[in-house]
Design a protein around this ligand. Structure first.
Ligand code: PLP
Length: 455
């Protein structure tokens, strides 16, 4: 298997090159040349790590030996507690919640970033190479990446987050680690601004050659394959023939991982995308018109995104892998902030995706309702999915993803239920530790020189 790009379908890159490169030279995102299929029957009875090995292996086997992959996967999920790694909770007939907050920073990002950290260490171990990890975060990617890379000698970590637009717990999880290789930048702008700067810096030759920049955002291909694993896991646990998933979405990474699972043969019927009031995905897929609005601050900050990077991967698939067409669409979208998609592309997306936009008040009402009705406390991101789950008939099985521990979003929980959530031990002492971050203006050159200075 080799890798091509959404803006150049003739590329032939190896997995290792794709792993360390954020974007292709044309600015596109990497995808495999063909989708491998996997035998679902062979996965039955396996534990999470064994399923992870089976799902990830076809994508990496030319570069990572089977034995090494087993070691990397086992190391990755060793510290996740409980041992089921990702429990599937059955709340009612045919209605399930897949809990993905048992990694070190208590959001689903750990499931892929801990894997990425161990994968990087493995590859760098026997080389003299040093890398610089650069990422933008709407809240959870940053802490998960910092936790995965902190204290590693050959890796410097730079994380940009939108100043005053992440929750206090999310910020403190990033700024209190106290390791020399971790650098937090609070950007005076939105997440979209952070992401734009990161994308520009990846195409900056000077910075690239001086720092060996590496992407950890969900544009990183290895993250998406590690996330595909829990869709297989959930399906097997459910004992159903065919399932629907409901995925709270921002950057389109998590739901595209579900799409990967479906490409590989997992019997998924429909994928329901839940967005918050930043509903560009909902408008694009339901109406066929991509148009950027201003970013609104909501109770689910990790979904406060207008430009969803990974959407380009879906666009490429729906355009029958025509990279010239994708290039044209993305260029015109970047120039005008607006783009109408062809009927053929929109219909292709609607065959699989159904979208929903959930308001701030509906999010809080859903938290309250699940708490009272099912004795289930959901974080505000998870609640956007549960809003959709509640409105589905229970004739067909549906699995809604629980994206983060409610303790990360105490204020929203208090507003919804009247009480602060219980804080897991991982969060207890971050409130009295010193914070370290640099607040900088929304200016690409400024960020570039800041990075060069610290390297
Ligand atoms: C990242 C994140 C999301 C959005 O996932 P995408 O992959 O960006 O679509 C939703 N909820 C939480 C808690 C997250 O951390």
């Amino acid at each position: 298997m080799h890798y091509l790009s959404t803006r150049n379908n003739e590329l032939k890159e190896s997995f290792l090159n794709v792993l360390f490169q954020g974007l292709s030279k044309e600015g596109g995102l990497f995808l495999p040349s063909a989708w491998p299929s996997i035998s679902i029957e062979n996965l039955r009875g396996k534990n999470y790590q064994e399923i992870a090995h089976a799902v990830i292996s076809p994508f990496v086997q030319e570069d990572i030996s089977d034995e090494d992959l087993v070691l990397i996967v086992n190391k990755t999920y060793q510290s996740f507690n409980p041992k089921s790694i990702a429990p599937l909770v059955n709340i009612e007939k045919n209605k399930y919640i897949l809990e993905l907050f048992y990694g070190p920073t208590l959001a689903f990002k750990d499931y892929a970033l801990q894997f990425l950290g161990n994968l990087f260490s493995h590859v760098l171990e026997n080389s003299n190479r040093k890398i610089t990890v650069l990422g933008a975060t709407s809240g959870d990617t940053g802490s998960a990446a910092i936790n995965a890379f902190k204290g590693k000698n050959d890796i410097q970590v730079f994380i940009l987050h939108p100043h005053q637009m992440v929750s206090e717990v999310q910020r403190r999880q990033m700024t209190t680690v106290g390791e020399k290789n971790v650098h937090n930048i609070a950007l005076k702008g939105t997440f979209d601004d952070c992401q734009k700067i990161v994308k520009k810096l990846f195409l900056d030759d000077e910075l690239q050659s001086k720092t060996s920049l590496t992407a950890v955002n969900s544009i990183n291909w290895a993250r998406l394959i590690a996330q595909a694993v829990y869709y297989f896991w959930a399906y097997i646990q459910s004992n159903q023939e065919k399932v629907n998933f409901i995925v709270p979405s921002g950057n389109f990474g998590n739901v595209f991982s579900a799409r990967i699972a479906k490409f590989m043969g997992l019997p998924i019927d429909h994928l329901h995308i839940a967005t918050n009031e930043n509903d560009i995905l909902h408008r694009t897929i339901s109406e066929g018109r991509m148009r950027i609005n201003n970013v609104k601050k909501t109770h689910s900050p990790s979904m406060d995104i207008q430009v969803s990077s990974n959407f380009e991967r879906q666009l490429f698939e729906s355009a029958k892998r025509d990279s010239d067409m994708v290039q044209k669409i993305m260029q015109s979208f970047a120039e005008t902030g607006e783009q109408v998609l062809s009927d053929q592309i929109v219909q292709d997306m609607q065959l699989i995706y159904t979208t929903h936009s959930v308001s701030n008040s509906q999010t809080l009402e859903t938290i309250k309702y699940y708490n009272e009705h099912y004795d289930y406390l959901a974080d505000p991101h998870t609640a956007t999915g549960l809003y959709v789950l509640e409105r589905m008939s229970n004739e067909q099985p549906a699995i809604s993803l629980a994206c983060a521990d409610p303790g990360k979003f105490g204020n929203a929980i208090k507003e919804a239920t009247g009480n602060l959530p219980h804080f897991r031990p991982e969060l207890e002492n971050i409130f009295d530790q010193d914070e370290k971050m640099t607040i900088l203006d929304n200016d690409t050159d400024l960020i570039k020189s800041h990075i060069l200075e610290l390297i």
